[in-house]
Design a protein around this ligand. Structure first.
Ligand SMILES: *[C@@H]1O[C@H](CO)[C@@H](O)[C@H](O)[C@H]1NC(C)=O
Length: 209
């Protein structure tokens, strides 16, 4: 009397109910051992990679390769934004560190000629559109930078570009126009490929109609 399995009643087989707590405990123990095993394996792999590098043997694609192939995100930003202060570069680097690997980031560099012709207020209005177009509830994709815009994918990036081309055609260079209009800026597409590592390129037809 009083033992928990004596409560067992009805149609349920008592053996099954007795088994449930055991299965539960076994499950937890298995998880703990599983986690320890994963940790040990990860350590072993790191040690192996260090060994491989020393021996100059072929190694599989990993962060070590990425370090050799790609510039640091900071260097990428300095190339794209040569005028930016170190403080701004740090701020942008921090912004990019929150972006998932391979999410496209659009970076727009202002064309001073466009600003001279159209005013800085109008420049900001177009950048505000890049920050908010296609987003709901006052959300922004630029962390208020008006310069670095984070998209979930390339389709969305070029959809937004298409919308802004309709909204502000005078932000784009039209080679067939009678009186040719300056493009509003230059556009770079950057993706994080690893922590602090980025790939990037200028899209030189981004602001061309
Ligand atoms: C791209 O992102 C948009 C917005 O989040 C989403 O609706 C769309 O399905 C995505 N497209 C692709 C190809 O992943």
């Amino acid at each position: 009397m009083g033992r928990w399995y004596t409560q067992c009643a009805g149609n349920l087989p008592c053996g099954l109910l007795e088994a449930v707590p055991f299965v539960f405990v076994a499950f937890i123990i298995a998880n703990i051992f599983g986690a320890i095993w994963l940790l040990l394996r990860e350590n072993a792999r790191n040690v192996e990679n260090i060994g491989n590098n020393k021996g100059n043997k072929q190694i599989p694609m990993n962060d070590n390769n990425i370090n050799e192939i790609f510039l640091s995100t900071r260097e990428a930003l300095k190339t794209i934004l040569p005028q930016a202060s170190n403080k701004d570069i740090e701020k942008y680097e921090e912004q990019l560190s929150k972006v998932n690997n391979f999410d496209p980031v659009l970076i727009i560099i202002a064309n001073q000629n466009w600003i001279n012709q159209n005013t800085y207020v109008n420049y900001q209005a177009v950048m505000y559109s890049f920050a908010t177009n296609n987003l709901q509830n006052n959300r922004r994709r630029d962390e208020d930078s008006l310069s670095i815009f984070h998209f979930p994918n390339l389709t969305e990036l070029y959809t937004v570009r298409g919308n802004i081309r309709m909204q502000y055609p005078n932000a784009f260079f039209d080679r067939n126009a009678q009186s040719q209009q300056e493009p509003i800026g230059t556009a770079w597409i950057l993706t994080n490929v690893a922590v602090h590592k980025s790939d990037y390129a200028e899209d030189d037809s981004f602001f061309v109609i």
